[in-house]
Write a protein that binds this ligand. Sequence first.
Ligand SMILES: C[S@@+](CC[C@H](N)C(=O)[O-])C[C@H]1O[C@@H](n2cnc3c(N)ncnc32)[C@H](O)[C@@H]1O
Length: 390
Amino acid sequence: MPPYSQPPDEGIDEPFQAHSDQVAEIIHRAIEKAGGAIDFSEFMERALYSPGWGYYMTDQPKLGAGGDFITAPELGSGFGSCIARQVEEVLEQIDGGEVFEVGGGSGALAHSVLNTLADRDALPDRYWLLEVSPALRQQQKRRLGALGSDLASRVAWTESLPEPGFRGVVLGNEVLDAMAVSRFRIVDDLPRRLLVSSDGEDFYWALDKPDHDFAAACYQRIGEDRLEEGYESEIGLRAEGWIASMGERLEAGCLLLVDYGFPSREFFHPERSRGTLRTHSRHHADENVFKRVGTQDITAHVDFSAVARAGTGVGLEVEGYTQQGAFLLSLGLLDHAADKTQQAYLQATAEIRRLTLPSDMGELFKVIALGRGLTSLLSGFALQDHSLRL
Ligand SMILES: C[S@@+](CC[C@H](N)C(=O)[O-])C[C@H]1O[C@@H](n2cnc3c(N)ncnc32)[C@H](O)[C@@H]1O
């Protein structure tokens, strides 16, 4: 998703306005029912996932040039072909297994992973997709249904996490950043929860009363550094809970997660004093989460130290943590431009630049592998492994 530019204007088209009013109304009612304020994570959850109305629950295009943002798998097949090589290596180490992709978007990643694994004669027994958005699930079905029958017959959709005893690779690209976060502000040296309140028309931030359990949860993630009065940021309790549930179900293999974010020391850097919440609409980013509710994406960067701790807490090992550029280059991304006609070569090199340049997705995006039962180092972390920074 990032890098990005600021929005050019404040306008919103009429049908979007009506939709946004409807989502806002759902949230105003929830706030009223809760007695005047809700946690920000509930606001974000409802704005993105309210059945039938939330941002991800409608048919409006989200991904790609005609949507709101672009992700690595949408740029071409280079990203997916490298992920496939890493998947192949993990499946070899555990004597075969399945792939379980969470939040597969348009199906672009599944498409290139399956094609690459087929070319390398390394197809998994089953490629599962778990997608909460009905519209994106339909898009995935159309796209993957067009694969040859041997590939298409291996793809299946599910609405729940795998059963315990899962063996294989769990994939998630830009899924953690789409999970609802709680916000805090430092007041009198104590992290206090930021709630969302409403007057029936507009939304406002409201400070919760001191809550020592919540403050302790924040301090566990912030670490020893003292944050200034008024400092605001987020903690991703849902993403951490999700990783722990997934990790408990994993008997052998790994969770391979790609997203934008930092280790906690950088995440809670004194200069990042307004946190990392962003909205995305028509390829522009903004910070006003109370605007265009339900018609714009809301995301937060990922605290990878917290992600690692959620995994190790259920017995997983950090197999590697690195920047996306280094990960993809370790897995042969440059081969993607080899043996191509001039036009295809130009496209492939443009894709490689976007995926790897520090000014684009190469450094802000990170890859983490949390594994169980793996026998040797993973090739994606051969050029660079920053696990010790977590
Ligand atoms: C930013 S999009 C990324 C899509 C895709 N992975 C890509 O890279 O193009 C986030 C995706 O995560 C999905 N999602 C969010 N929370 C989820 C959850 N708890 N379980 C499954 N999918 C989820 C959304 O519906 C959406 O498909």
